[in-house]
Design a binder for this molecule. Structure first.
Ligand SMILES: C[S@@+](CC[C@H](N)C(=O)[O-])C[C@H]1O[C@@H](n2cnc3c(N)ncnc32)[C@H](O)[C@@H]1O
Length: 337
């Protein structure tokens, strides 16, 4: 059947079964729930001025085909499934494009590119070092093992990513910082550093864009969790450029993507966030609006913002007792006390 995603036309052997969350693994894999992930990939290619890309886990080729058609990127495709290899060739033809298509295990690839995209099933851990080796400048990584990264499986997280975790209110950001730490450690093995350009969580996955550079790794140990990336998770200037590129276009998911990019660009750079539900139950008080609490903290002279990782999360450099007192006064005012 023919489907359209962005400007790409794809011939799929069967219709997609799911439109949210992870899709069933198939020889020719396509998950419509990842359309925003791929739209953001197109925008990041534009914002970063990417000229060539290795779509290392290409499946139907939809990601690379969109990058070619929508951002003018030259793409090399690869997938170790033979059925996927032929599907990519067919889909390229369908879109009037020509590109190199490889049918190899990612770890055996020799040709790199400016942006190397690592999008395997589940964890990217076994492929990250190779991804960095194949990248001339940028690395993009998708991880769908969110139970491990978000702190639910402590043992696996340590084995896979080398980080001690536990359950915290700010679990999605924890996952992002675990992933960054891991990518930084893998880069170190190859004598380089990383700079996160955009690391975010959506739906059932975490996604990170990184630039390889000489930067020293920034780590922290916090409340028995660590080592954790403690530096920035984004480059606000790049996100603003991605947002500008989005505003000029029409595509499904545009509103959600633009909301994510603009919230991310405004987010303050501190580790962790306070969750409104947890504050409310701990303080036995009604929840004020998130924005109200953010504004109160700013009025008190602190830095504060919402976070892309939770609609009820508040990031601030204020100490916990100040957050609690602002919460209680905002809560009392909301109740008219
Ligand atoms: C999650 S899908 C990729 C989805 C695709 N990037 C997209 O946006 O639609 C993972 C793909 O990686 C391929 N794959 C898994 N392990 C691989 C490996 N070691 N080398 C090359 N391809 C691999 C699978 O056959 C599958 O098509």
């Amino acid at each position: 059947m023919l489907i359209r995603e962005g400007e790409a036309l794809m011939d799929l052997p069967e219709p997609p079964q799911t439109f949210r969350g992870p899709a069933k693994r198939r020889k020719i894999f396509y998950n419509p729930a990842m359309a925003n992930n791929r739209s953001i990939c197109v925008l990041m290619c534009k914002a970063l001025g990417v000229r060539n890309m290795l779509d290392g886990f290409a499946a139907t080729g939809v990601r690379g085909i969109r990058a070619m058609k929508e951002a003018g990127v030259q793409v090399v495709f690869n997938d170790f499934e033979t059925a996927a290899f032929f599907a990519i060739k067919k889909n390229l033809e369908l879109n009037g494009l020509s590109a190199d298509v490889l049918n190899k295990d990612f770890c055996e690839l020799k040709t790199g590119a400016e942006l190397c995209d690592v999008d395997p099933f589940g964890t990217p851990a076994p492929f990250t070092e190779k991804g960095i080796e194949l990248s001339d400048r940028f690395l993009a990584v998708t991880a769908t093992d969110t139970a491990v990264l978000f702190g639910s499986n402590v043992k696996k997280c340590y084995e896979r990513y080398g980080v001690r975790v536990r359950r915290v209110d700010w679990n999605k950001e924890l996952g992002a910082r675990v992933l960054c730490h891991f990518v930084a450690e893998e880069a170190k093995l190859l004598g380089t550093g990383i700079r996160p350009i955009f690391v975010y969580a959506e739906d059932h996955y975490l996604r990170g864009y990184f630039e390889l550079c000489d930067l020293e790794e920034e780590t922290t140990d916090r409340d028995g969790i660590g080592p954790l990336w403690s530096g920035r998770l984004k480059d606000a200037e790049v996100l603003k450029k991605a947002l500008e590129a989005s505003i000029k276009r029409e595509y499904p998911g545009k509103k959600a993507v633009e909301g994510l990019l603009s919230r991310a660009s405004e987010e303050i750079d501190v580790v962790g966030y306070h969750d409104l539900d947890s504050l409310a139950s701990r303080l036995r008080a009604a929840e004020p609006r998130v924005q109200e609490l953010v504004e109160r903290l700013i009025d008190q002279g602190f830095e504060a913002s919402r976070t892309i990782f939770s609609p009820k999360g508040i990031k601030t450099d204020a100490p916990t007792n100040e957050v609690e007192s602002c919460f209680l006064s905002a809560s009392a005012e909301a109740k008219g006390l």
